[in-house]
Design a protein. Structure first.
Length: 223
């Protein structure tokens, strides 16, 4: 079990000191070579399942698909056609999962885009960040400090998102994957910075575990 600024999240028994050293090293600078491209089942496993999300009700079970070139994943959004080709044209597999929590009816969505190599994922991250970053989550969005999960990361919060209440969007890159997390509700209380940070840490670790050839097991703290 690990802590994110005092808040615990659960790590699998196989995730030990080696993963701590590998965190943020998807480029293979640890001497292990290039980051691993993930297959369909591995992409699905990166998405947190019900076991990894205690206290949350599943709305959409983790699932991965191979994209149809003419119809990129709906979460692959960019500011223009050139960036769309960069971000969406090389996706090998993608997956989504969704959860909801009572009593505040907070929605929590995860998505993962997998690429054939780290260079493609890096370029895609930049193109996607231009769309998802800043005010895309809502007018007057401000950054959320999530620490340093993965190789690249960004998180922003707005007081009024698409559900009418506070919302956040987080984007991460871990090796050959680009990860997205969104939260939103209709109330006045935002998902806390601590929770946004925990979701990012858990998701990034699951992506790293998959690229290490392990079964992803990182989970949020019990609800």
């Amino acid at each position: 079990m690990s802590r994110v600024d005092g808040h615990r999240y659960i790590r699998g028994a196989a995730a030990g000191a080696a993963l701590l050293l590998l965190a943020g090293c998807g480029s293979g600078e640890d001497g292990g070579g290039a980051a691993k491209a993930l297959g369909k089942a591995e992409v699905s496993s990166v998405l947190p399942d019900a076991k990894a999300m205690p206290g949350w009700r599943t709305q959409l079970e983790p699932d991965a698909q191979e994209p149809v070139p003419e119809y990129p994943p709906t979460v692959c959004l960019t500011t223009d056609k050139t960036k769309r080709a960069t971000a969406c044209g090389k996706i090998t597999y993608y997956g989504v999962a969704a959860y909801v929590r009572k009593p505040d009816v907070t929605s929590l969505n995860y998505w993962v885009l997998a690429y054939p190599d780290e260079k493609s994922a890096d370029a895609a991250y930049d193109a996607l960040a231009e769309y998802y970053g800043g005010d895309r989550v809502g007018v007057g969005a401000v950054p959320v400090d999530i620490g340093e999960p993965g190789d690249e990361r960004e998180a922003n919060r707005a007081e009024m998102g698409t559900m009418g209440g506070p919302a956040t969007i987080t984007q991460l890159r871990v090796g050959t994957t680009v990860l997205g997390i969104s939260t939103g509700n209709q109330g006045k209380e935002a998902v806390s910075d601590q929770e946004v940070k925990e979701f990012a840490a858990v998701f990034a670790e699951r992506a790293q575990q998959a690229q290490n050839g392990e079964k992803p097991s990182a989970a949020v703290a019990g609800g």
